[in-house]
Design a protein around this ligand. Sequence first.
Ligand code: HEC
Length: 702
Amino acid sequence: MKTRLKTALLTGLAFTLASCTTASSENAALTAAASNQDQLASPAAGEWTSDGRDYTAQRYSPLTQINAGNVDQLGLAWYADLDTYRGVEATPLYADGVIYNTLSWNITTAYDARTGEVLWTYDPKTMREFGRYACCEPVSRGLAMHGNKIIIATLDGRLIALDKDTGTELWSTRTFELDSGYAYSITGAPRVFGDKVVVGQSGGDLGVRGFASAYDVETGEQVWKFFLTPNPDDMPDGEASDSALDMMRATWSDEGMWRELGGGANPWDAIAYDPDLNLVYVGTGNSVPHARFYRSNDEGDNLFVCSIVALDADSGEYRWHYQMNPGEEWDWTCTASMISADLKIDGEMRQVLMQAPKNGFFYVLDRATGEFISAEAHVYQNWNEGFDANGRPITSEAVRYDETPKLVAPGPGGAHNWFPMAFSPRTGLAYFPAYQSAFVYARQPGWEPQPYRSNSGWGGYTGEAGRIRGELMAQANEMEATWLAAWDPVRQEMAWKVELPRHGNGGVMVTASDLVFEGTTKQTFTAFDARNGNVLWEYPTQSAPVAGAITYELDGEQYIAVNAGWGGGAAQIERGAGIEMPRAPARLLVFKLGGTLELPPLAEDASAPPEPPRLTATEEVVAQGRELYHQICSVCHGQNAMGGVADLRHLDRETHEKFNQIVLEGLYLEKGMASFSDLLTPEEAEAIHHYLIARANEDWGR
Ligand code: HEC
């Protein structure tokens, strides 16, 4: 069944309840807490209740109905048009016959998992101004579930709990103040750990002081907060991070722009949990400004940039950390998936935490103590000359750049970015999309930071530096390669890999029938044999799925669901290189054995809509235009300017130029579009035009 987002119709349902907890007897609350805990710690085999499926975040499903013998019979059971050309990065959730999904601007929808019928849609009315702060599109990587609640984290910094059955708001909490002075936003999924929701934030390229914070899942009240860089005024914060403030501060220079730009280290993607050890693991982002020279006078490790930091789940206090890149200055983040497993290493069972961050290595740490167990590069790299006895990396001086350009591998896109990794306890392998790349870094002489802009401190490639850069970039381009990696974390070596055409291959899911599912840049959703990488099934998705897939069981049938919506940071890199594939708008695709539904054929000349003009009007003008549009135009052109007789988000340049003639002079009368000059002044028509440009910019995959 084909479904459409009925955003405007359904948002009426989403009235606000004040921050509240339903009164219930203490015993009932305790029982509910215990069963919620179970649902998240060990969900039923057919469910997918958190983005990593359970607290190990292995993205491993015990379901086996779909297997190597029948996977070629997988077909489409239903799909939902998501009505956007924006990237869709969210891993959906599934419980009790319902799929929960979230899109750009945090528009969240519940679907009947059998048919795709929309049960409710909630639009948090995310402030569109925050689109400017999202380096890599206003995406959301997922949502969380707890008992009767669905929890989302909005781009503009709110954590919102919704009633799972109705989409009604139960509570809403701000995780950062709008006047914080930092360019915070949220693109990562919130996670429920026990009775708390934990979330981080984005903005490390522009300027933020990263932190992780935890909230009571029943009320939304903050329980603890941990800043991941020191206080710029050299004061305690009165927060849980004070437990590590002196340790952090000793690793930063007294001088440097970290004080005004916050230093970074913001956890913008994975945060993990071990309920038995009662530890929350925070993967932290890159530093800001990126060039350590400007940030911290070229001194210090700059804790906790590019690290995993373990915190006490109850108090948020510091327990241990491991820093992957001391003195990080290459835009490397350590925010990628963190997976827990128990592995036999050198004859001993170890409780490990695994991560393959941007810097090209695969790390295995002891998750109780943070002890470094092992790490090995899975792509070409030139920054690491080994590890000392404590597991601290020996960073090559050759990658510490000054005003002379240096070739460094991997590049800032990262050897493995946020695309979810999976681990199978059956094969003992970790599966993730790998990207071999390099980049030329140089410090820009006399650089000054700009508020709310990308603040790297890189540049100045003129004269001799420009010539060197050109030569080195040619070398860097030669190195580019990408594949699905199956990595053996015990031996620290590649078990197998499958080459793929280009950067931006999707997140990975693995099942107990040894199937690995991944969206690829061939614009396919593909099943690989988890043991050897053989391609067992491939489905043309018309848009490369970047998100991680899920699988669930309903009425004895196993389904597989994935968002297919190309976009985000990888798409930006590819587009920058002039690569843009014809594609359909984003869709949620749901497969089952014997599914027979077909996608409508991709039009011969299908391409993303034309790039909209920049929005120049004020918020007031856009608001006036929105009002007038809905009074006069939406009956034919759709609510929120989506769909309708002609989708007005997709106007080409000529149509933009002729806009007033069409609307006020009857230019397209013969097509059925009469003049509205009796209802609108030229200024009012102009306001509608600005509203449409604003809508185009919101939904266009820039
Ligand atoms: C009664 C239905 C109706 C209403 C109301 C209406 N339109 Fe249209 N509009 C049409 C039709 C039909 C077309 C032609 C579609 C086609 O190309 O076949 C059209 C085309 C257009 C186009 C050209 C689109 C393109 O890509 O070529 C613009 C611009 C437009 N309308 C703007 C507006 C605006 C602004 C309003 C409100 C002030 C409005 N329309 C109200 C029916 C309507």
